[in-house]
Design a protein around this ligand. Sequence first.
Ligand SMILES: [Zn+2]
Length: 325
Amino acid sequence: MAMLMKWRFKEEPEQLWVKVIEAIHGSRRTIKKYSGEKKHYLESGKQSSEWIWILLRKPLKEEFPLLFGLAKNKRNKIHDNYKRSQEGILWDWSWSRLPNNSEEKSEYEGLKELLLQQSVGRDEDIWRWKNNMEKGYSVKEIRKELARIIDVNEEPNGFEWSKIATAKVNFFMWRAIEERIPSSVALNSRGMQVGSVDCKICGLAPETANHIMIQCPVVREVWLQLWSWMKIPIRDHNENMKRRIQEKTEWPKKKVNIIYAIHLLAAWSLWKNRNKQVFEDTLRNPAMMVEKIKEESFDWIKLRSRHTGITWSEWRSFSYWNNVV
Ligand SMILES: [Zn+2]
């Protein structure tokens, strides 16, 4: 071990990062300093298969028993629980429900405190301690990291990550249901000069995210065709996207995840179509859009779900599940 680190442990044993390092490795002895590197890298170790618990002194179920109870996927590895985006690390714990009483909330605060002391390396099995060791522990650095940690499940909208949809499409929907995509109304409210805030396609109403994805008359036809294809009930054309993707009780159980992913893709395609209109002055008709959505979601199903054997004709008729037990 490097002399510097020895010294630091001796002199400042109570520093947060020392605790974290100990927690990761179980002891101080296994820390490695890679020669030639200025920064220190910590191996999380492939043996750390239980949840994020390499961060913790003890396994999650001992350190945060209430949270462990709420976790849907109790055998997840760390990389199953976060997604990387330009906006930071997006933690997705898949709680069966949000922590809602004071004991659970206090555990949750404790967990977040631990998370913001770490940054996740691009390499799955290496977690890099971001603060420069020479500089030591910096509150400012950690606060900066804090701002970059996003927890999907903490979002009041309760957005649910789709494993079938791509990350790009998930992130889009996550923002869109909070009106955080650059629609004319959103840009205007941030003080940008956008000219008219009306819809660029129909011109009949202010262009909000919900108008682009649901309420625009042109868009309604796309949804009608999609519902008919998926054989699910039609819905109110004036509802918002959040409601549309959260109310799944009318969807057949076997197909819930797939129908959900198609909803995400449809919203994304409608947004891209809107951009085509704005930037290229061209527009697809509803039938063409629906066709594109079927094709793209077919790729997802083949590549990103367990239904790899599905054929194009089964997909087109949405009948595959009739033969699946
Ligand atoms: Zn419109």
